[in-house]
Each structure stands twice: as structure tokens, then as C-alpha cells.
Design a binder for this molecule. Structure first.
Ligand code: HAX
Length: 434
């Protein structure tokens, strides 16, 4: 071990007990408006962000502009002959707060059509990366590479007034969002389908065109629409949304912000959990030789995971205190279209087995499944078995919500974010530790 690393190791070991003591024995001591456990503990529950685009109730789940998931799916205009709404309509809803008419949806679709063409250098960049690069890294790199296209930067350099910041920000949102399905599908086909790229079909809607470029027949278009809508927003405190908002607060443009949100989403405690769920289940399946485990066997796998110090992916949430309605919406889809699928059966068995175990363990505040527990099953069923791609789908959806927020951030003139930090010694002093 290098001298520097050894020194650091020694420092960390010495520091940790201080943090633990502060949290355990003085967590409720007030520091201004908040407590020591909130200062150290990832700001859980601190009310210090504002958004009107979605709200997450711990027991009810997400509402998009006031609408629950079933209400959103029911009220938005549907693609003809399909059960799922236009993603374009959801973009309209999140940006404006109003349910769009068919005409409004056609308008958004036309906006996307005009802005769809991905610059060639993005594909060249993707090709220059080692082929085993994680698809989230590829996606993030592709997005940030397009930063030179930013309308906000052009307007800012030309001296645009603060009051008008939102307009070029809105242009950046639509320009970027219009290209994301094609970039995502390109990464998929280049990496996992022998580099056989399928060109976009400009006459198709956002979700339909994505399914077409992925090369997956119906009803994958329905899955894509459902997926992008469900993953779009989860108020502002989650890592991807907060990262996007934070970066944009420095007036970094949409491309920097979205690339950043993708990086945050790529963590296994956040969006990457959907990949981890499938990886975990594959491990169980291998050990079971492909047969569905009994309840007892499944319990043992869960305990083995917990006892080895890992989390059970797809369960728990920082805010939710019930089964995630995004999980429920996808479960309903599975019950309708793939009730006999073996991986769905595994996931359903987990739904039965994991919550009581997490409750028994008594650490997790929410023992119930989150969105990521169910999403990979559907992808796998339709042939997307390369589970490290799943979070890219999440990222396309999440950009809709975060970008809408960023447009509103600029419209309402929210300032640069700058919370205040304290030293451990200061916290100890506040807690009265000698
Ligand atoms: N398995 C095992 N332990 C878990 C757990 C799980 N699924 N969920 C929570 N815990 C543990 C935490 O690790 C923590 O342990 P320590 O005190 O030892 O650190 C303790 O229970 C308390 O955690 P919490 O307050 O209930 O939850 P947090 O707000 O700290 O974390 C997480 C929320 C989602 C990160 C957490 O539940 C987790 O790690 N879940 C598994 C990963 C996952 O599914 N992530 C996706 C969440 C949804 C999402 O953002 N999607 O993008």
C-alpha cells in the first residue's frame, strides 16, 4: 500500500467513530432547521427543493402534475390501436400541467420529427469507444458530446436576458429528447445485435419508433411507451433528478445536465438496480439449475445475500413506504401479457418472500419493492436479455421529467444551489461532545 493510501486508511479509521457517534447519540440535535442525522445522512426528508411537475407521497406514490399513474395512463391521448398513451402527450403534460388534445400531441410529435437527426460525430464517438464500455457510459458520452449544439450557450453568449433563459433551455430539451431514442437504440444494436443498425421511421411516434429501431416487434412499442412514462419523474430529490437540477443551477446547459443525470442514474442504489435485479435473479437461476425455487429456497437466497453484506436489489426506497405504483403498473402488464414467464414467477416469489425478511431484519424503512424490481422482467421477455442496457431505457424516460424541471427552473429564475457544510468538529461542538 502506498504511503498516501496508508495515511488515508488511518485517517478514515480514526474518523469513522466520530461520525457514528454523532449519528447514534446526537442524531436529533438541531443544526439550524435540521438534525445531525439529516446533515450526515444524505439530507433525508429535508424539505428544500421545489417542483410542480411531480409529487411523491410516501404511501400513495408518484403523481405527475397531480395525476396518479393509472389516471395518467387513462387520460393521455392513445396511439391509434394501442392501449398506451403517446410519450409526446406525457411531455406536454409534464411541461404544461395540462392534459393535451390530439392536436397538441401531433404538435409535439412534429417538433420531435424536425429535431430528430443525430449528428454523425455522435455515432463516430460511440464507435471509437471500446465495445465493452458500459451502455450508460456510452449514453452519457453521446449526450455530453452534443453540448456544442446548445442553443442556451449561444443565447447566453449573445447576452440573452435572464427572463428569457427558459426559451433556449426549452429548445435544448426538445432537441436532445428527440435524439435520445435513436442514440439508445444505436448503442443497443451496435453492442448487442452484431452492429446491425435500423434507421428511424419518421412517421412513427416516440415509443413506436424506439421499438422499431430496437428491432423488436409489437407489443414492445407499448412496453416502450409505458416504460418511458413510468420512469419520467419522481419529484426532485432523487439522485438523477437532483443531479440534473444541480448542474443546471450553475447555468450549465441541458446537455451537461442530462449527461450528469445519466451518471447518477448509473449507480446500483438508483437506476442501475434494474440491471442488478436481473443479475441477481440469474445467479439464483443458475444455482437452481433453471427450476423455480421453492419459497424456502428463495428465502435462503435472500438471507445469503443479506448476510454477505449486500442489499436486495429492487426493494426499499428513501421516500416510499409502500409497494411502488410503478412496480404495480408493470406487474399488471406482466399478469396480462406474460403470466407464465419463469422470470416473472421468480420476481413474484420475491414479492412474497423479501418484505417479511427485510421487516424481520428491521433496518430497511421500506421493505416493499420499487420500480426496478419488475422492469427487467418485461425487457427480458421481449428479448432484451442484455441487462446492462436496462438503465439506458430508464435514462431516456427520466430525461423527460428532469428536462421539464430544468426548463421551469430557468423560467422561475431558481438560483445556483449552494447548501452549507460544517466540519465534523463543528457538529461535535453543537452536540456538546467534549
Ligand atoms: N436490502 C438490504 N438492506 C436494505 C435494503 C435492501 N433492499 N433497503 C434498505 N436497506 C438497508 C440500508 O442499506 C440501510 O442499512 P445501513 O443502516 O446498514 O446503512 C438501512 O436498511 C436503512 O436504509 P433506508 O433508510 O431504509 O433506505 P435508504 O433511504 O438509505 O436507501 C435505497 C434507499 C433505495 C438506496 C435502499 O433501499 C436500497 O439500497 N435498495 C436496494 C437498491 C435498489 O433497489 N435501489 C433502487 C431504488 C429505487 C430507485 O431509485 N430507482 O432508480
Amino acid at each position: 500500500m502506498s504511503k498516501l493510501k496508508a495515511k488515508l486508511h488511518e485517517k478514515i479509521e480514526g474518523w469513522r467513530p466520530r461520525t457514528t457517534k454523532l449519528l447514534k447519540e446526537h442524531g436529533d440535535v438541531k443544526v439550524g432547521e435540521v438534525t445531525i442525522s439529516q446533515v450526515i445522512g444524505g439530507m433525508r426528508g429535508v424539505k428544500c427543493l421545489t417542483t410542480d411537475i411531480s409529487y411523491l407521497d410516501p404511501f400513495e406514490g408518484i403523481r405527475f402534475r397531480g395525476y396518479t399513474i393509472p389516471e395518467t395512463l387513462e387520460r393521455l391521448p392513445k396511439v391509434p390501436g394501442c392501449e398506451m398513451p403517446y410519450v409526446e402527450g406525457h411531455v406536454y403534460l409534464l411541461l404544461t400541467g395540462e392534459i393535451p388534445t390530439e392536436e397538441d400531441v401531433a404538435d409535439v410529435a412534429e417538433e420531435f420529427r424536425k429535431r430528430r437527426k443525430v449528428p454523425q460525430y455522435v455515432f463516430d464517438l460511440l464507435r471509437a469507444l471500446p465495445r465493452d464500455t458500459h451502455p450508460m457510459t456510452m449514453f452519457s458520452a453521446a449526450v455530453v458530446a452534443m453540448q456544442r449544439e446548445s442553443e442556451f450557450v449561444k443565447a447566453y453568449n449573445a447576452g440573452v436576458s435572464k427572463m428569457d433563459y427558459w426559451e433556449p433551455t426549452y429548445e435544448d430539451m426538445l432537441n436532445l429528447l428527440a435524439k435520445m431514442p435513436e442514440i439508445a437504440a444505436y448503442i443497443f444494436r451496435m453492442k448487442y445485435r452484431s452492429d446491425t443498425i435500423i434507421p428511424a421511421d419518421p412517421d412513427m411516434d416516440f415509443g413506436g419508433n424506439f421499438a422499431h429501431m430496437m428491432g423488436i416487434p409489437k407489443p414492445y412499442d407499448e412496453v416502450s411507451r409505458l416504460y418511458f412514462i413510468l420512469h419520467s419523474d419522481h419529484e426532485s430529490g432523487n439522485v438523477s433528478a437532483h443531479t440534473g437540477h444541480l448542474i443546471a443551477s450553475a447555468l450549465s446547459d441541458m446537455y451537461y445536465s442530462v449527461s450528469g443525470l445519466i451518471n447518477g442514474l448509473a449507480g446500483p442504489l438508483h437506476g442501475l438496480a434494474n440491471q442488478e435485479v436481473l443479475r441477481w435473479i440469474q445467479g439464483v437461476m443458475e444455482r437452481m439449475g433453471g427450476k423455480i425455487p421453492s419459497e424456502e429456497e428463495m428465502k435462503q437466497f435472500v438471507w445469503d445475500t443479506l448476510n454477505s453484506g449486500q442489499v436486495v436489489p429492487g426493494f426499499g426506497h428513501a421516500v416510499l413506504r409502500k409497494t411502488d405504483p410503478r412496480y404495480q403498473a408493470q406487474r399488471e402488464y406482466c399478469l396480462k401479457y406474460l403470466p407464465d414467464d419463469s422470470i416473472f414467477k421468480y420476481v413474484d416469489l420475491l414479492y412474497k418472500v423479501v418484505p417479511p425478511i427485510l421487516q424481520e431484519l428491521g433496518k430497511a424503512k421500506n421493505p416493499w419493492p420499487n420500480v426496478d424490481a419488475q422492469s427487467g422482467v418485461i425487457q427480458w421477455y421481449y428479448g432484451v436479455k442484455e441487462y446492462d442496457f436496462y438503465t439506458v431505457l430508464f435514462a431516456v424516460g427520466r430525461t423527460i421529467g428532469v428536462a421539464s424541471n430544468i426548463v421551469w427552473d430557468r423560467a422561475l429564475g431558481y438560483p445556483i444551489e449552494r447548501p452549507k457544510s460544517l466540519t465534523t468538529a463543528m457538529l461535535e461542538e453543537i452536540a456538546g461532545i467534549k
